[in-house]
Design a protein around this ligand. Structure first.
Ligand code: MUC
Ligand code: MG
Length: 382
């Protein structure tokens, strides 16, 4: 038996390339909790958990993710069989309620270790990849329409993205609709325009918003109302042509079943971290498929590490009708992988190699770690 010998965590704080203005927070850094698991045969696995804007997006913060792992999850897993990811998932679910991002970070490291020991990519552990690359959206969220338009035009010209998700919900609804109209007019048929309201609207706001957005040629609206407004989501889903996507409302398979049952979304934004790991995300995907709901691979703005893990899972999915937004590493000023993930021709490529196919750059980890990395760098004069 390959035992779990050691579980280490570290928080990295990596600046974003520009302020990322969301309805609930403006991000200027992303904090990623990295997990490294050492196994008794000398093998290792790495994982990552992120949230967005501290505690403004959900109930877990970078600090709570780290402490849930260090204080509760790691001590319970030590000595257990590293080859049975299912046993670890079951144990984590038993001893820790919720805390899906913390569980995800650990679970990714277990899959990565298992893949490396078996000499196969993680996609193989989920039945094998059917895609080498997937379409990838970019989020326009500078907080300024002119800057967003220039950014979109550059992305189209350089063939990096032709799907744009606009972050709205901070301004009054009519101003938001005017902002979307302007951007759609500028990009025309060269790009798909969608929006994410991050729960900011009331049902009344959303009725105005969805009407205006669909008239503007916007194709999809993500989580217009709070996660718990399931009947409002159902009304909006059936009341307008524009596709309605559930994001914050989807915290694992039980939510997916309830949302599908209530017809409270046309599309699922499947996030590995919000689902509670790759396995639970695969269950959310299965429920969406069975219910005839469209699929989209969402992100918690992870670094290349968890983005690689997500790509392995999503590469095994038959159809992602709405593509992916697995662009997390591109929002950060620096990449922490030795071989960054490839973005080309409007697609993101699934990393090759065993496990999740990601190798951390130790200098970058030393530089961005919260517990003194930069100080260490400064002392050594770099
Ligand atoms: C979200 O709510 O979907 C995903 C892309 C982005 O820019 O923010 C996230 C969060
Ligand atoms: Mg969202």
């Amino acid at each position: 038996m390959t035992k779990i010998d050691q579980i280490e965590t570290v928080i990295l704080d990596i600046p974003t390339i520009r302020g990322h203005v969301l309805s609930m927070a403006t991000m200027r850094i992303q904090s990623a909790v990295l997990v490294k698991i050492k196994f008794s045969d000398g093998s290792e696995g790495i994982g990552e958990g992120t949230t967005i804007g501290g505690l403004s997006y959900g109930a877990e913060s970078p600090e709570s993710i780290q402490s849930a792992i260090d204080t509760y999850i790691a001590p319970a897993l030590l000595g257990h069989d590293g080859d049975s990811v299912n046993a670890a998932i079951q144990l984590m679910d038993k001893l820790a309620k919720e805390n899906r991002i913390a569980k995800t970070a650990v679970e990714i490291a277990l899959w990565d270790g298992l893949g490396k020991r078996l000499g196969v990519p993680v996609s193989q552990l989920f039945g094998g990849a059917v895609h080498e690359k997937l379409p990838v959206a970019w989020t326009l969220a500078s907080g300024n329409s002119d800057t967003d338009i220039a950014e979109a035009q550059k992305m189209i010209e350089t063939r990096r993205h032709n799907i744009f998700k606009l972050k709205i919900g901070k301004r009054p609804v009519r101003e938001d609709v005017a902002h979307v109209e302007r951007i759609k007019r500028e990009v025309g048929d060269a790009a798909s325009v969608r929006v994410d309201v991050n729960t900011a609207w009331s049902l009344q706001d959303a009725r105005w918003g969805l009407k205006g957005l669909q008239d503007a040629g916007c194709e999809l609206v993500e989580q217009p109302v709070p996660a718990r407004y399931r009947s409002a989501m159902a009304e909006l889903t059936s009341g307008y042509e524009i596709a309605v996507m559930a994001d914050e409302a989807l915290n694992g398979p039980a939510d997916a079943l309830a949302v599908a049952d209530a017809r409270a979304a046309d599309v699922f934004a499947v996030k590995i971290a919000q689902s509670g790991g790759l396995k639970r995300a695969s269950e959310v995907i299965a429920i969406g498929q069975a219910a005839g709901i469209g699929l989209y691979a969402g992100t918690m703005l992870e670094t290349g590490l968890s983005t690689a893990a997500a790509l392995h899972l999503f590469s095994t999915v038959e159809t992602l009708q709405w593509g992916t937004e697995l662009f997390g590493p591109l929002l950060l000023t620096d990449d922490i992988l030795i071989d960054p993930i490839t973005y080309r021709d409007f697609c993101v490529h699934v990393p090759k190699g065993n496990g999740i196919g990601a190798v951390l750059d130790p200098d970058k980890i030393a530089f961005f770690r919260r517990d003194g990395g930069r100080k260490m760098k400064a002392v050594s004069g770099q």
